[in-house]
Design a protein around this ligand. Structure first.
Ligand SMILES: [Zn+2]
Length: 237
């Protein structure tokens, strides 16, 4: 069997037998894969550290018929601070769950992996508002997986000025007149409009480098929650 070297982050784990586990790992090149980690629950197993939930690691894998087997792994980043704080862990777990739901095997996933790592880094290493981080993550993720909203012009009439609403039905901003006709659309502030554009356009490493007032953070939170549930057709809390 040929070995494959890659990197990846553990999105989920489930126990198999007494000592083994199946880990779900998001890699840049193989997409999301299931990996059998034999003996990884044994004390002192060399696979234990790298198969922890949310650990980003260098991996050496064997490819089998239906899944991969982990040969060796070396942790690169374990996001230690997330493990010490229940609020941080709750948001990080939500990020892992959403990512697990929207990714698949054999898909190029470099951009999504980069977003997940940058987001976990913000959670781990800063004291930035956790709901705000989650909102930014959701909107950027949706734009990466094919649900990039129309943000340059009104999604109905094409007007470039006076964009004051966000439409879930038509996936994008709407002008005052068209927004009022769209029953599901929500009215948002000029700052929130700017924030949406920033989240979608900014360099991957800079997406978290802005701030909003509490009211606008709340708008962004509601908007990204509804938009995610609409696009993915799932109910996230
Ligand atoms: Zn319009």
């Amino acid at each position: 069997m040929a070995t494959i070297k890659t990197k990846g982050i553990v999105l989920a784990r489930s126990n198999m037998g007494d000592n083994d586990q199946m880990v779900t790992i998001l890699t840049p090149d193989l997409g999301k894969i299931g990996v059998a980690a034999r003996g990884s629950r044994r004390p002192k197993s060399a696979l234990m550290a790298g198969t922890q939930f949310l650990c980003f690691a260098d991996l050496v894998l064997y490819k089998g018929v239906s899944s991969y087997t982990l040969n060796s792994c070396e942790p690169i980043e374990i996001f230690y601070n997330i493990r010490l704080d229940v609020d941080k862990l709750t948001i990080a777990s939500e990020i892992a769950k959403i990512t697990n739901d929207v990714t698949d095997e054999n898909e190029y996933s470099y951009n999504i992996l980069q977003l997940v790592l940058n987001t976990l880094y913000m959670i781990s290493e800063t004291e930035k508002d956790l709901d705000f981080i989650l909102s930014i993550f959701k909107l950027r993720l949706l734009s990466l997986i094919g649900f990039r909203p129309e943000i340059e012009k009104c999604a109905t009439c094409g007007a470039k000025e006076n964009l004051k609403y966000f439409s879930f039905k038509d996936h994008g901003l709407k002008c005052d007149a068209c927004g009022k006709q769209d029953k599901g659309a929500i009215e948002i502030s000029e700052s929130t409009v700017k924030a949406i554009k920033w989240i979608i356009w900014a360099d991957p490493k800079k997406i978290f480098q802005f701030d909003l007032s509490e009211d606008n953070k709340q708008q962004l939170k509601i908007l990204t929650k509804i938009y995610l549930n609409n696009c993915i057709e799932k109910e996230y809390k």
